[in-house]
Design a protein around this ligand. Structure first.
Ligand code: BGC
Length: 756
């Protein structure tokens, strides 16, 4: 009781401090806004690009002059501290009210120390490590002038044709929510005004990952209930974690573009979720509402502001039309003031009014960028992101002796290791797979290299090899036959072949949708000839999305999914190949057998005619199974784990009781290793049709050979809740099936009855 009283008192004191801080901020911003003209207020809503990195049509002009006249509130993707300082000086010395600029950037998976792409990081199922990576990114970026990052990207993606699947945490809303929370807390810390924390911008709000056909920027159409249950939880998790800003998506939601969608940006985000930060458009998303058919620039800008958008990214629609709309009564002074206040609040919280140069610190830059600890963390993450898909002949781990032929267009490539959105990655600091194998194998290992093939023989796909700053490693132009001949000759000299195949970094990320997600034919040809040599072959995949690998799965005994692993990819991959780190990554996005199966995801509905091989009139294809090639949650280890039967603390539960689910996990193999023990729940009878299973918990544990551990996880009614047809979030009593296993397919189950 006494403890409770102390806790309540402490909470009340904390709330009082927050209230006082808010009051101070409100009064500061209130008096500042009294001095601002309408033009200056609109200026604060303008996010400009100063050149740097451009993904759309707009490049803004006369940036300096606009800063001087108070027409710019924020700048994105500017790289040098010197140029940011110069801009900030103009803003705080020469602009009418001396309001500092907010500098933002796509710091997506690291700033100068590049971590694996987010999809790869999610395969670690290690939220603490992901949070630490975000922390490291914030430490580095904030020393270089950046205090606002357009991350995390939390779009649920069930379609690997969509190149942006690389940027998120895969297909699962529950895991995605844990990861969203970790990113936001990692970037923002507990105090945004510190010089090493930066404001997070959760994106792309909302449903961007559901673009039809996996084609980027395409239409999205989804029922409200599917949104609430399947696609919105990750954004909400980021908002609940305190994300200071939200970025709108390019797509329509209920036929209205997100940027002008009042239901989305006001009713849902602010009224239902209580979001207090500011909303920024995606790159020219305001202007793109013209193409969506919502009117001219003036109309769409008014629509966006009134819907709840506060800042316009690079399109200058707000800057050039809002004043006119005000005079014509299409927007109100209150609309403009509200948006301006939200932007100023962000600047206040970041401490920019106290010290506009707080994040531009050359001394800190020297100390923070690419420290040995940061590089170590990136290497560890690279190794932990790797998913072992097959190791049938136990070729892995490799011995640190003999001759290894490392072959493939990605074997000695550096830029491809970084993956999408890695502007700060410097080619000189990247380790290729060949280098990593040399580094980790050491002098007893003789490493040979051959390119083996080009990335692709398809001229259309080849055009996209250089894109968004990514330039693949080049070499002399040689014919496919010459490359293959050299590869065979090199392989014949080796004891083992490591074939490094996959995708150029430019083939995933934004505007990088693919209709065919096989390994390109020239690379498959290479793998075929390497396998034909009879040498043991390890297929290492470097790519940004799930690929279709049916041929490889049948023909290659050993497959390692290494993704685009960041600056330390080569070392991290080599750590895994040699067994210095025993792989434990688990897929967070399903690998289909064929693009014809897409969308394919583990938490699907049962349908009225669930697949039955004996019955033609059930939900299936005539020419392919319904099963994925590798399911969600899947990944092997060099050791073997046995997961015992599911033991429940109770079979009948009531209301707020907690169910304890326990399994015995034994390492029955030869190596110490980690296993991700996954718990899924099914609600077989409910007022709406519920998924066949949904992830609700997991534990990543380490076991020595022969060791057994009891792994327990709790389930409460919070884990049983869903949005019903009235969009009420609740659970419904009855039977529940609890599944536990090493992936979403290989599970054991037990039933409970839970009443209210
Ligand atoms: C992308 C965003 C990104 C923005 C700024 C857009 O093209 O969709 O994810 O944050 O550019 O670079």
């Amino acid at each position: 009781m006494k403890k409770l009283f102390i806790t309540i008192t402490a909470l009340a004191m904390f709330a009082a401090v927050l209230d006082a801080q808010d009051a101070k901020m409100n009064s500061f911003i209130g008096s500042l806004m009294k001095k601002m003209t309408v033009d200056e207020k609109i200026g604060q809503l303008n996010l400009t690009t100063a050149g740097g990195f451009v993904t759309g049509a707009a490049v803004n002009k006369d940036v300096q002059q606009k800063i001087k006249t108070g027409q710019i509130g924020a700048v994105l993707n500017s790289f040098s501290v010197a140029s940011m300082k110069a801009m900030q000086e103009i803003a705080v010395r020469e602009s009418p009210n001396h309001i500092p600029i907010l500098f933002g950037m796509d710091v997506i998976h690291g700033f100068r120390t590049i971590f694996p792409i987010p999809l790869a990081q999610s395969c670690t199922w290690d939220t603490e490590r992901i949070g630490q990576a975000a922390r490291i990114a914030a430490n580095e970026a904030t020393s270089s002038g950046i205090c606002w990052t357009y991350s995390p990207m939390v779009d649920i993606a069930r379609d690997p044709r969509w190149g942006r699947i690389a940027e998120g945490a895969g297909e699962d809303p529950w895991l995605g929510s844990q990861i969203a929370d970790a990113y936001v807390r990692g970037y923002q810390g507990t105090d945004l005004s510190k010089n090493n924390t930066m404001m997070s911008c959760v994106k792309h709000f909302a449903l961007y990952g559901a673009a039809e056909g996996g084609r980027d920027y395409n239409t999205v159409d989804m029922s409200r209930i599917a949104m609430y249950n399947e696609y919105l939880p990750t954004y909400k998790a980021a908002v609940d974690a305190g994300a200071g800003s939200v970025m709108t998506s390019f797509n329509v939601i209920d036929e209205v573009p997100a940027t002008g969608n009042k239901w989305l940006l006001t009713s849902l985000l602010r009224d239902q979720w209580g979001f207090k930060g500011f909303v920024v458009t995606d790159y020219t998303a305001n202007n793109e509402m013209i193409n969506h058919g919502m009117g001219d620039l003036q109309q769409v800008s008014a629509l966006a502001l009134k819907a709840g958008t506060d800042m316009d990214m690079v399109g200058e629609g707000f800057l050039t039309t809002l004043k006119k709309s005000l005079s014509e009564g299409k927007v109100t002074q209150k609309d403009i003031d509200q948006a301006c206040r939200r932007v100023l609040e962000a600047k206040y919280k970041l401490g920019l009014f106290d010290d506009p140069y707080r994040y531009m610190d050359e001394a800190r830059e020297k100390a923070e960028l690419r420290t040995p600890e940061n590089i170590k963390a990136a290497r560890e993450m690279a190794a932990r992101s790797v998913v072992l898909l097959k190791n049938d002949e136990l070729i892995l781990p490799l011995k640190k002796s003999g001759t290894i032929a490392v072959i493939g267009p990605l074997a000695n490539s550096k830029p491809d290791m970084l993956g999408t959105w890695s502007m700060g990655g410097d080619e000189k600091t990247i380790t290729s797979v060949v280098e990593g194998i040399r580094n980790v194998g050491g002098s007893p290992v003789n490493v040979l290299y051959a390119k083996g093939s080009d990335y692709t023989g398809d001229p259309m796909l080849a055009q996209s090899l250089s894109f968004m700053g990514v330039r693949p490693s080049a070499g002399p132009v040689r014919s496919a036959a010459e490359l293959l001949a050299e590869a065979i000759e090199t392989a014949m000299k080796a004891d083992v072949v490591v074939a490094v195949l996959g995708e150029s970094a430019a083939w995933s990320g934004e505007a990088a949708s693919r209709s065919d997600i096989d390994i390109p034919a020239v690379q498959q040809d290479l793998l075929r000839v390497l396998l034909a040599t009879g040498k043991p072959v390890v297929l290492v995949l470097v790519n940004g999305r799930p690929l279709t690998l049916p041929w490889e799965d049948v023909n290659a005994s050993t497959i390692l999914e290494a993704w685009a692993g960041g600056s330390e990819a080569g070392n991290g991959i080599a750590d895994v190949l040699f067994g210095d780190y025993n792989p434990a990554g688990k897929l967070t996005a399903t690998f289909p057998r064929s693009v014809g199966q897409i969308p394919l995801y583990y938490n699907h509905k049962n349908t009225g005619r669930p697949m039955d091989p004996r019955n033609k009139f059930t939900s299936k294809y005539l020419d392919i199974s319904n099963d994925p090639l590798y399911p969600f949650g899947y990944g092997l280890s060099y050791t073997k784990f046995d997961i015992g039967d599911v033991q429940l603390s109770k079979h009948d539960l009531k209301g707020d009781e907690t169910l304890k689910v326990t399994v015995k996990v034994t390492n029955t193999g030869k190596y110490a290793g980690e296993e991700v023990v996954q718990l899924y729940v099914r609600d077989p009878v409910a007022s709406i049709s519920r998924p066949v299973e949904e992830l609700r918990n997991f534990k990543k544990i380490m076991l020595n050979p022969g060791e057994t551990k009891d792994v327990s996880m709790n389930v409460t009614t919070a884990d049983l809740k869903f949005y019903n047809s009235d969009l009420k979030y609740d659970w419904e009593p009855g039977e529940f099936i609890i599944f536990v296993g090493a992936n979403s397919r290989d599970v054991k189950s037990a039933k409970v009855n839970w009443v209210k």
